[in-house]
Design a protein around this ligand. Structure first.
Ligand code: IMP
Length: 431
């Protein structure tokens, strides 16, 4: 068994897409297990950029079974746009399938996300406004629609009869926004049923059972990152799903006993979009330099990302709650021109001098924390052509070794540039 989860080990945008894209070549099956079109992955192949929100980037390879699991939430129009563009560019989507148990982002989920964000002033989360939170809230509250509901007229009618009166009352009285008639919703659902029809996979139980029986290699593709996890992230400044490796089991339909490796993808520094605590954030010219060299602007929203030094305290926490077995470090080339690099090895409480080596999960106290740094020398050379560990400059090797020591798991993949070829794979979990 070589099944592997690829999970973001920061606040998303760690470069997971590149790692999943590379490993997908060696996997038989790729499963996206949580999140929705809040995610934005860019994969560069032969100088061509492909942007993914929901579809596993594994579709770029032929004959891989790509599955969007029950733990995801799907906005039909975005899914249609994404699949249409891929088809127009010649990508074969015949092996892309969706779980009938995935949840649907409905128009009012997007309305509510937008209004909640606009009305919450300094309490805003900084969401992608893609309706993610409201869709998951309805799923958990049992007021949502699953894809399979679209194909059963009687059930759909009774679901809408149960959902709409309450939803409309809320839309009108709480959010002061447009309400939806049953007729209108039925029209939407009819359209959605057609969008999803070629992809809905009712045979998923026998397919996944067969995949396990035949010992096929499964790659679980996480979206967002561990620090955005609804249970273990910096709540409430999080997304509404479980990006941690545990989420791969609940969100895919394949239990935890079938997962062997968990690759935590982390940049050589840290970024975050949206609000919320970020102890090593750099609001000075160094942060600006990282943002500009690293092109740190959101794929989904275009927002500038907040940047900061690598945080070993946070990363150790991600190893624990994320179940990480190894790290993939991305964007190390962004530091090519830096004289020195800092790594946060502890937090200091400015009120009493108390040192925290383990991540304090009460984010209310984070405003009192300052990073304790260790400084390492930069390599001041372009490492983007390095093909092996030995070809990396000595100071880059030292930096990576120190990260391993501090975080406690080995670095197995190092990305030195955007192209597929610009990656040093020290150990491939599928080989
Ligand atoms: P939501 O997932 O749109 O509800 O947004 C909640 C938080 O997660 C916000 O801080 C977003 O910026 C962040 N977020 C959601 N998806 C991503 C992602 O793919 N990359 C980085 N941040 C994300």
């Amino acid at each position: 068994m070589k099944n592997t989860v690829v999970v973001g080990a920061q606040w998303g945008d760690e470069g997971k897409a590149k790692i999943t894209d590379l490993l997908a070549e060696y996997a038989d099956v790729i499963i996206r297990y949580q999140g929705g079109c809040n995610a934005g992955h860019t994969v560069v192949v032969n100088n061509e950029k492909y942007k993914f929100h929901l579809v596993p980037s594994g579709v770029l390879y032929k004959n891989k079974f790509c599955f969007i699991g029950a733990g995801t939430v799907i906005h039909p129009e975005t899914f249609l746009e994404e699949t249409t563009e891929l088809i127009e560019r010649g990508v074969d989507l015949s092996s892309l399938k969706i779980s009938p148990l995935a949840s649907i982002t409905l128009p009012y989920h997007i309305d509510i996300d937008g209004i909640s964000e606009s009305n919450s002033g300094k309490n805003k989360i900084g969401t992608t406004k893609k309706g993610i939170g409201p869709t998951y809230s309805d799923k958990i509250g049992r007021y949502g629609l699953k894809i399979q509901d679209l194909y059963d007229e009687e059930l759909l009618n009774s679901r809408l009869d149960a959902i709409l009166p309450l939803k409309n009352k809320m839309l009108k009285e709480v959010f002061g926004t447009k309400t939806y008639t049953k007729e209108e919703m039925l029209q939407y659902c009819k359209k959605y049923a057609e969008i999803f029809r070629p992809y809905v996979y009712n045979e998923w139980v026998s397919k996944l059972s067969g995949i396990l029986k035949d010992d096929k290699k499964i790659l679980f593709e996480g979206a967002q990152g561990i620090m955005l996890d609804i249970d273990y992230g910096t709540y409430p400044f999080v997304t509404s799903s479980n990006p941690i490796a545990g989420g791969a089991a609940t969100g895919s339909g394949i239990g935890p006993t079938h997962i062997e490796n968990v690759i935590g993808v982390t940049k050589a520094y840290i970024t975050r979009v949206g609000e919320g605590p970020f102890v090593t954030e750099l609001t000075d010219e160094i942060g600006e330099k990282i943002r500009n060299i690293g092109g740190e602007f959101g794929t989904t929203t275009g927002r500038p990302r907040r940047c900061g030094w690598f945080d070993a305290v946070l990363s150790k926490y991600c190893v624990l709650v994320g179940g990480l077995t190894q790290m993939a470090i991305t964007k190390i080339d962004v530091f090519n021109d830096f004289d020195e690099l800092k790594i946060c090895i502890a937090y200091k409480d400015i009120r009493n001098g108390k040192i925290y080596k383990d991540y304090p999960t009460n984010i209310n106290m984070h405003k009192y924390l300052e990073p304790v740094y260790e400084t390492l020398k930069g390599w001041k050379s372009n490492l983007s052509d390095a093909k092996t560990w030995e070809e990396l400059p000595l100071n880059a090797q030292k930096y990576l070794k120190r990260l391993e020591e501090l975080v406690g798991i080995p670095v197995k993949i190092i990305s030195v540039g955007a192209e597929r070829e610009q990656t040093i794979i020290l150990e491939n979990p599928f080989k």
